[in-house]
Ligand binder design. Sequence first.
Ligand code: OOB
Length: 542
Amino acid sequence: MLDGWVPWPEPLAEKYRAEGYWEGRPLDRPLRDSAERAPGRTALVDADGNRWTYAELDLRADRMAAGLRRLGIGAGDRVVVQLPNTDAFVVLFFALLRAGAIPVLTLPAHRESEIVHVAEVSGATAYAIPDLHDGFDHRVLARALRKTVPGVEHVLVAGDAAEFTALAGLDADPVPLPVPDPGDVAVLLLSGGTTGKPKLIPRTHDDYAYNVRASAEVCGFGGDTVYLVVLPTAHNFALACPGLLGTLMAGGTVVLAPTPSPEDAFALIEREKVTATAVVPPIALLWLDAVEWEEADLSSLGLLQVGGSKLGAEPAARVAPALGCTLQQVFGMAEGLLNYTRLDDPAELVIGTQGRPLSPADEVRVVDEDDHDVPPGESGELLTRGPYTLRGYYRAAEHNARAFTTDGYYRTGDLVRVLPSGHLVVEGRAKDQINRGGDKISAEELENHILAHPGVHDAAVVGMPDETMGERTCAYLVARGQAPAQRELAAFLTERGVAAYKLPDRVEVVEAFPRTSVGKIDKKTLGRLIAERLRAEGSGGN
Ligand code: OOB
């Protein structure tokens, strides 16, 4: 068993098993089941139109698992996976599970700063990458990683492997493999982060399989479902809510979009007769505009899931008439809890709320600053625990003491109110994070990077309102000599290996920061100042 993760207390685990939430089956099994039920059905289609049946996908995963074992990657080994939306991701994901290894899922946009940290914390022995993606050579990053984290023995490359191991070469006759304990960690997901460094989220076979199964049920996924992966496959939303895993579990077809652009996505929806997909609000807004000029036939699309950040009521109301499909709001988190509006909910709930908890076993509380429950209907911080919500981040005991209550509730940092129907309305945030159109940026992590600049004495990162993204990032700086302008700071952070989506959109230099009565930087005031300034400039702002 992997050490350094926090399991559910045994009586609770027993209850989740007894009540059928946890079925005691490894997370790779749904692919095998579907392959046995319908071997000739199409499981996977990529952007170029390459197609794989269930039998083919299942066999590819078996062969790669054997190849991984031959290379020495096996039970309990952690493998950092950074692959874009290609068949290589899908095959490797299942191959790792079958080899007993644990995929550590990172986004294609992550760079040296994030990857080095994740490889260190997870104790990874391998790193899987594309050769080139979006103009970036991941092999260069791999070389840097191997210098800093020598424990990473293998670099597995989709495409031209250079001096590394080609993923395509990991191919051997299937061998019998030990079956993992379903109570063990199956995958490590990356959290959006509220502290200096990103945290890893352990998800077990039992809990993640339930997450997928229950989501597929709520969304009505079945053999006829054709799901378009628009967000990165490594993101929990696109992977498991119900996403790619839910589609394969239901025996449907997964279609991989290379980018979320209306040109790419609409063409695939028309070509493959896509029935369902999931996007973040900025993409939904883009699509709502694009239907006015793009000619593609979207009539097959039955369900558009939108989540990751809050969708405004106005665009929410436009989805059904403009795209001719059902809208589903999804308020979820890689840590676990998922809230969905239901397919048969009345329009006012679908448009005006972020859904209700997926599982009857989800426990939610809404509390004030002293952890006391607020009166029903009032706003407070959402705490939650349940059969698919983590009990602690991986190897993060100190942080866990703050991020969880003593009785195991996860402090989401989200401010919500609960309607009598049980639906949640997200009202804001108590965590020091910027949600840039669904991409999460830890203010503290970014501030630490900015503080390394010689022209910066102090830094405070806040969100500023933005019509399309919901929020963008503003870095307030106190100069030491000459403070960097936005472009110089962005170049400096890029050089440090910070992912592009975390770069501040704007820099404001001040003499001193406003302080709270206890002397902390008053970020509320800074947020208000930048919002006022944007309004005065006549841009952004709502
Ligand atoms: C999803 O997961 P993460 O881990 O990237 O981010 C979780 C956080 C939540 O705590 C909340 O702050 C925010 O993202 N969020 C939303 C939201 N959905 C997520 N805030 C307002 N409205 C929404 N609909 O973002 C995620 C994971 C699974 C499914 C969907 C989204």
